[in-house]
Ligand binder design. Structure first.
Ligand code: PRX
Length: 646
């Protein structure tokens, strides 16, 4: 009934309808899209296998809904505004018509280079418009994109290419991020030494870096595009089944190996469009008026970039801003300068960015008006009350609602969040579930905690359209990670509190992954990278509270033989992690130990390591069951003197 919810009462009506008649509810939302053939059945599901299908039998292509559908009403509206890393470089703007043409053309480039429906294509690119074009071109021809964040190392990249058996990689010579040039092609070359499945590499010239082009394998983006005359540039959108895979996106888990989260076409489309328009109250004024300028600062390498920089905004006919750089370049006022420059109305960023800009000081905010802003958003980790208030007061000038949006790579779209200006906000609370979302809190034994003022593990008891379908080529892993801990529920891995008013506050992860600057990193994955250092026998990684990053990485390492040059040694360990995983996984503290606290069965007691990392040395609980209790005393002592902050 409501394309956009306009009041708290409407929210309540929509929510009730979505719970009582979910199929009718979502069918009505789906009607608004372009289908090549309508669906036969709205929903089939069970959480045991798990098996979830939305809009079965439906045929469509998501890019027709992102692009072609808008051409009649908004061909000349800006679809993408691109702000370069260097503020002196020219801004680029693409209208819907231009974006459509570029996507079609590049889709044909992919076809000319052997891509067909169902292929997996890895995208490893900087934040330039061609990244969005590459993503959409894959979807146009029915190839499954797997975007890998440009900050990951060759090893993380090759693992992901391998796992998805990609036959094409789309990359750039390099990228600009702050004062740094990143070498992307060189990393791809190293990764591909162990990836025989890759037959073609399409390389965008972004930095004019000298790169090695392998004959027969590597082609230049611009040369391939130039081969297509404009009359041959249109590309018919491939007909996709509602449940055909749209993309794979890797996320860290409790084991060392990242999981290839799979999202499919129709459900993802319906859900990200609905949540984008409602959470951000996006006004796309289709009748020639000015569309709101919306800016999500996330990299397309993460789910936030997929759902709320590319797909959600384009589905809604929005103007989406894409920024190549970082918040602190050339100085800590960059975000605020860009907001004024492009008259941004809706701004969506991460708590870690807010905290670091808060720490930089108000003198970086003062020169800017920020008066175009209407709505602010936060995503990726809990936002502490202090950062929330700072954002509210100094950026939103106490007049912009803040939507604290809780969701996950696996959920595809926002699940618990205020609707901007429509439902109440509460500092540090994600607040209420969106229509269609049925959260429950369970105790350790899987019992539902009813009523308010309760705290437990956050689960979902009913599917929503963009729920994870599987983990690529390993359905058991999907079942094991999300649907087995509590039978009949999707388990998020997060702890959560429901307060006396029924508002939700996420308290953090309850498993072996850490949120570092909003990036989910598996402790086992970091340990694997650390252990590549030849002088190390073993390591254990835990998180500890960090003022800016939310959580920092604390590594306990055991050496093969004593190294007297401790500082050098630690630097080498950092370099090893950067090489094998990426700079985002570098430990903040490293403590050299002679042993780790283990149970008699050999399991590391991470609880103890976490306490020590947090500085809580007097509350370690019972250590008598350990194999070697003396090791704890040594670790405690070392914690006071040894670790350095990186
Ligand atoms: O722990 C929660 C935290 O981020 C996790 C999901 O991480 P990822 O898959 O990388 O997706 C991040 C972007 C959606 C969650 O399990 N998280 C995300 N948003 C919030 C949050 N924690 C608290 N508040 C949030 N708004």
């Amino acid at each position: 009934m409501f394309s956009r919810i306009n009041s708290f009462e409407e929210y309540q009506i929509e929510y009730k309808k979505s719970i009582e008649t979910p199929e009718a509810f979502w069918a009505e939302k789906a009607e608004a899209f372009t289908w090549k053939k309508k669906w036969d059945k709205v929903l089939e599901w069970n959480f045991d296998e798990p098996n979830v299908k939305w809009f079965s039998g439906g045929k469509l292509n998501i890019t027709e809904n992102c692009l072609d559908r808008h051409l009649a009403t908004r061909a000349n509206q800006t679809a993408i505004i691109w702000e370069p890393n260097n503020p002196n470089e020219a801004v680029r703007k693409l209208t819907y018509k231009e974006l459509h043409a570029e996507v079609c053309k590049f889709a044909n480039v992919l076809k000319n280079n052997g891509a067909t429906k169902g292929d997996r294509i890895c995208i490893y690119m900087p934040m330039v418009p061609e990244l969005a074009i590459a993503v959409l071109a894959c979807a146009r021809i029915g190839a499954i994109h797997s975007v890998v964040f440009g900050g990951f190392s060759f090893k993380s990249l090759s693992d992901r290419i391998h796992d998805a058996d990609c036959n094409i990689v789309i990359t750039a010579d390099g990228g600009f991020r702050g004062a740094k040039d990143i070498q992307l092609k060189a990393v791809v070359d190293e990764a591909l030494q162990t990836c025989p499945s890759v037959k073609k590499v399409v390389v965008l010239n972004r930095t004019n870096t000298n790169v090695q082009m392998i004959n027969g394998r590597d082609v230049w983006w611009h040369e391939e595009m130039a081969k297509l005359s404009s009359d041959k540039a249109f590309c018919e959108a491939e007909e996709m089944d509602a449940e055909d895979m749209l993309f794979i996106l890797y996320t860290s888990g409790s084991t060392g190996k990242p999981k290839g989260v799979v999202h499919t076409t129709a459900g993802y489309m319906v859900y990200v469009d609905y949540t984008f328009r409602n959470v951000f109250q996006y006004d796309s004024s289709p009748l020639g008026g000015e569309a709101d300028v919306y800016w999500c600062t996330a990299d397309v390498g993460w789910i936030t970039g997929h759902s709320y920089l590319v797909y959600g905004p384009l589905l809604a006919g929005a103007t989406t801003l894409m920024f190549e750089g970082i918040p602190t370049y050339p100085d800590a006022g960059r975000f605020w300068q860009v907001i004024d420059k492009h008259q941004v109305n809706i701004f969506y960023t991460a708590p870690t960015a807010i905290r670091s800009l808060e720490a930089a000081g108000l003198e970086f905010v003062a020169p800017y008006k920020l008066d175009s802003l209407k709505i602010l958003g936060s995503v990726g980790e809990p936002i502490n009350e202090e950062a929330w208030m700072w954002y509210h007061k100094n950026i939103g000038k106490e007049k912009c609602p803040i939507v604290d949006t809780w969701w996950q790579t696996e959920t595809g779209g926002i699940m618990i969040s205020p609707l901007a200006g429509i439902t109440k906000t509460k500092p540090s609370y994600a607040t209420l579930p969106l229509p269609g979302i049925q959260p429950v809190l369970l105790d350790e034994n899987g019992k539902e905690l009813l009523g308010n003022n309760v705290e437990g593990r956050l689960c979902m008891k009913f599917p929503w359209p963009s729920i994870i379908r599987t983990t690529y080529k390993n359905h058991d892993r999907c079942k094991e990670a999300y649907f087995s801990t509590f039978k009949g529920y999707y388990f998020t891995g997060d702890g959560c509190k429901r307060d006396e008013e029924g508002y939700y506050k996420i308290t953090g992860r309850v498993d072996d992954v850490i949120k570092v600057s909003g990036h989910l990193l598996g402790t086992a994955e970091i340990e694997n990278a650390i252990n590549q250092h030849p002088d190390l026998v073993e390591s254990a990684v835990v998180g500890f509270p960090h003022d800016i990053k939310g959580w920092g990485i604390y590594a306990y390492v055991i050496c093969r033989h004593e190294r007297k040059d401790t500082e050098n040694f630690k630097k080498e360990i950092m370099a090893t992690v950067t090489k094998f995983m990426g700079a985002i996984a570098k430990p903040d503290k490293i403590q050299i130990v002679s042993g780790l606290p283990k149970t008699r069965s050999g399991k590391i007691m991470r609880r103890i390591l976490r306490k020590v990392a947090e500085g809580d040395l007097n509350n370690l609980g019972d250590t008598s069951t350990l194999l070697d209790p003396a090791v704890v005393e040594e670790i405690k002592k070392g914690a006071l003197t040894d670790p350095i902050v990186a």
